[in-house]
Write a protein that binds this ligand. Sequence first.
Ligand SMILES: Cc1cc2nc3c(=O)[nH]c(=O)nc-3n(C[C@H](O)[C@H](O)[C@H](O)COP(=O)(O)O)c2cc1C
Length: 193
Amino acid sequence: MALMDIIKARHSIRKYTDKQISREDLKKILEAGSLAPNAGGGQRSMMVAVHDKELTTHIGKMNMAHFDRTNLAGNYVSKEQPSTIDDPTIKNGFYGAPTVVCVFCQDNFLFRTADAFCIMENMVLQATELGIASCIVSRGYETFNCEEGRQLMKKWEVPEGYACQGFVILGYIDGEQPHGKPRKPGRIKIVEG
Ligand SMILES: Cc1cc2nc3c(=O)[nH]c(=O)nc-3n(C[C@H](O)[C@H](O)[C@H](O)COP(=O)(O)O)c2cc1C
């Protein structure tokens, strides 16, 4: 697939079958993440892939434990692939995906979030090329900001001073591919001279 075809084929998927992705595909997706641009060339971020549906679901529920709905009125994300913003009955922030990659970065680094999201974009594009559905999910810090979260980070040997910046969930789509939203006009300008 040409790069532009992959970019156009990628959509945030929030409905998953139970089928797990292969370890081989997961390794390719992680490699793509590891090759992302990173501020100052410091490679400060790290990825922990949870290749286990039960644990992914559990962390997905931790992700929703402190979801703040205060300022969400009037927002909608997707009719075809409703998000936790659209549907308050969704209790698993990872939507039943069987795998999640948690991206951690040094919490005192100015570009921690930017670095992490470069990694995440590389991963979702590589996943798309492999026919694997994905979605970037936020609230990384909140998800691990509890005793259980800290214990998991310790078990996974995430270095001291690191915090989770976000997630990429992975699996196979349940149902039809959604249509992309039309692009808002006026967001691109070319200035010549
Ligand atoms: C910084 C960022 C945070 C996001 N957080 C979430 C999230 O927590 N939950 C979710 O379902 N989607 C999340 N998304 C996915 C967006 O909702 C999605 O990219 C957007 O609706 C556009 O749809 P598309 O990805 O299918 O083009 C996030 C995307 C970005 C870039």
